[in-house]
Design a protein around this ligand. Sequence first.
Ligand code: SF4
Length: 230
Amino acid sequence: MKKIDGETILRKLGEAIGLDEESFPPLSSRSVFEMLVATVLSQNTSDKNTARTVRGLRETIGITPESIYNAGLRELKSAIRSSGLYNVKARVLKKLARIVIKNYGGNIERVLEKPLDEARRELMSLPGVGPKTADVMLLFAGGKKTFPIDTHVFRVSRRLGLIGLRDGYEEAREKLMKTFPPDSYLEAHLLLIEHGRKTCRAKKPLCRRCVLLEYCSFGQIFLKGKSEKA
Ligand code: SF4
């Protein structure tokens, strides 16, 4: 089995998927604070539901630290009801807004000006913010050299042997940051997500048409198992 490297993954998936400019969202349409709010609202619900709740919140209360801080708790709960767990989420949002106003003068973007590790630590200390959200913000909005790992990135990387089966978030991040050139983290992250969505799906991966099959023992075993069953 040929061992795969980051450059080959970028080239092969880049040719197969063909990211265009629209694939690189600069977050200009959303403030970092709005992204934090969306992350809190997305817990235990679908993307569709989150998008609907974010829209509703924007139209009723607004999504700024001040508007959420000044809103009544009952009003806030009602505005985010559709995302579920609204009692807990409303309290988290209130806390988040208070910290952003108190510690950052209402401008959480200031964190992104700090060195990577410091900014990451500060973001992760905010209520409702885990390493993935922090890394997404740091990479997309702050242009920092970090590698967010979502469920697709985890799955594809495990199958390709880039990370171990038992690796947690931090180990996986460290390994992927060594696998890919730092200037390509954003591109690599987007390509792995797209590959995971379209081809290396959780159930029934489309290995036969995968451009990485010759490097992937998981895919070859998967196909062998299928042909034996047929
Ligand atoms: S060969 Fe199959 S398992 Fe391997 S990366 Fe491609 S789709 Fe995923």
